[in-house]
Design a binder for this molecule. Structure first.
Ligand code: NAD
Ligand code: IPM
Ligand code: MN
Length: 349
């Protein structure tokens, strides 16, 4: 029997709650398909930081390389540990350290879920977000700190290799879907990086004559996602733009409790990291209110990436059987707890 080694990183807040609920469901899916998921729980989190002064051990990223995949809950305890410390030193450090340069985020309405738009328009968008550079490069600094002449500089870095690999990934995906790709920039205002992105889009597009490319400015596509979602399919965007557009995608799906995310290295492989799009939600922690579907969906993305397509499909079918039957947490208008909704999915397997 094939066994996969999974690094479990529940993290903080509702991250631990959704992981605790979702992991047994994944185990049940694996049992049905005759493979094993061997989880190794790593306590790296803000609590770990408060005890050890670091979010993860210095060789944390190296430790993760030994796994087949990483399954993460959420990171952040903003009242206690500054977000720019906790997120930079754990979540972003893993994305960058493992060169998980593509972040794939599917947005569509699950069976039985209406979402706030309440329209009959088709909504099935795959956002491909650049995940290791751009606006998240971390380059920059501050001078005259605290003084009247203070300046803060945050430099976006767009490399040719970085832009090309995420675009190429998007074109490959578009080919397998509707053959339509939206390339997102703000090249009417940002004249270096975004003009470069447009040029790279044209270059890569030349290799994909079968894919129809449309350029959008990020503000316009943000509106279009809401007014004309049926005109969009694969959407490729930079790190920050993709971050914002995928929270819009999540909102259209019914909320952050639905949106799932796959961080992958399309160039040299290695373990991918699978997580819900949402954060640690301090406002609902400890109450059983967290929706586990995003984490379960991320689990399906992980199974797919591991090559267990049948298991991934079974899990998605079970998720949609549960949502179609009206099972839901309070954010969905239901009354089930985090654990109960996960159990409803497991029962539907
Ligand atoms: P958040 O995603 O944690 O919460 C935003 C809103 O969505 C809250 O009202 C919350 O209750 C709700 N929500 C989120 N997930 C939900 C779920 N599964 N079910 C029901 N409702 C849900 O964003 P935030 O409040 O801006 O951030 C809180 C902390 O999480 C911060 O420390 C932030 O930096 C961090 N964060 C981490 C990640 C991550 O680890 N991937 C992602 C986003 C934010
Ligand atoms: C996400 C999150 C992270 C991001 C934060 C927590 C750093 O919002 O995964 O969408 O911006 O990438
Ligand atoms: Mn985000």
């Amino acid at each position: 029997m094939k066994n996969y080694r999974i690094a479990l990183l529940p993290g903080d807040g509702i991250g631990t709650e959704v992981m605790e609920a979702a992991w047994p469901v994944l185990q049940a899916v694996a049992d049905q398909q005759d493979f094993g998921l061997v989880g190794d729980c790593l306590p790296w989190s803000c609590d770990y930081y408060l005890e050890h002064g670091v979010m993860m051990p210095p060789d944390g990223v190296e430790q993760l390389r030994a796994f087949d995949a990483i399954y993460l809950g959420a990171v952040g305890l903003p009242e206690t540990v500054p977000d720019h410390v906790s997120l930079r030193e754990l979540l972003l450090a893993i994305r960058q350290g493992l060169d998980l340069s593509v972040n794939e985020r599917p947005h569509r309405l699950l069976a039985g879920v209406t979402g706030p738009l309440r329209t009959d328009k088709a909504f099935d968008i795959l956002c491909i977000r650049e995940n290791t550079e751009g606006e998240y490069s971390g380059a920059g600094g501050r001078v005259h700190q605290g003084g009247d002449l203070e300046v803060a500089v945050e430099t976006s870095i767009f490399t040719r290799a970085g832009v090309e690999r995420v675009l190429r990934y998007g074109f490959e995906r578009a080919r397998l879907r509707s053959g339509k790709l939206a390339s997102v920039t703000k090249s009417n205002a940002q004249r270096h990086s975004m003009v470069f992105w447009d040029e790279m889009t044209d270059r890569v597009a030349a290799d994909y004559p079968d894919v129809q490319v449309t350029r959008y400015h990020v503000d316009a596509i943000a509106a279009r996602m809401i007014t004309h979602p049926e005109t969009l399919d694969v959407v490729v965007a930079s790190n920050l733009f993709g971050d914002i557009l995928t929270d819009i995608g999540a909102a259209i799906q019914g909320g952050l409790g639905f949106a799932a995310s796959a961080n992958i290295n399309p160039v040299s492989g290695g373990p991918g990291m699978f997580e819900p799009v949402h954060g640690s939600a301090p406002d609902i922690v400890g109450k059983g209110l967290a929706n586990p579907l995003a984490t379960l969906w991320a689990g399906a993305l992980m199974l797919q990436h591991l090559g267990e397509a049948a298991a991934a499909k079974n899990l998605m079918t079970a998720i949609e059987k549960a949502t179609a039957s009206g099972a839901g947490t309070p954010d969905m208008g239901g009354s089930l707890s985090t654990a109960q909704l996960a159990q409803a999915v497991q029962a539907a397997l």
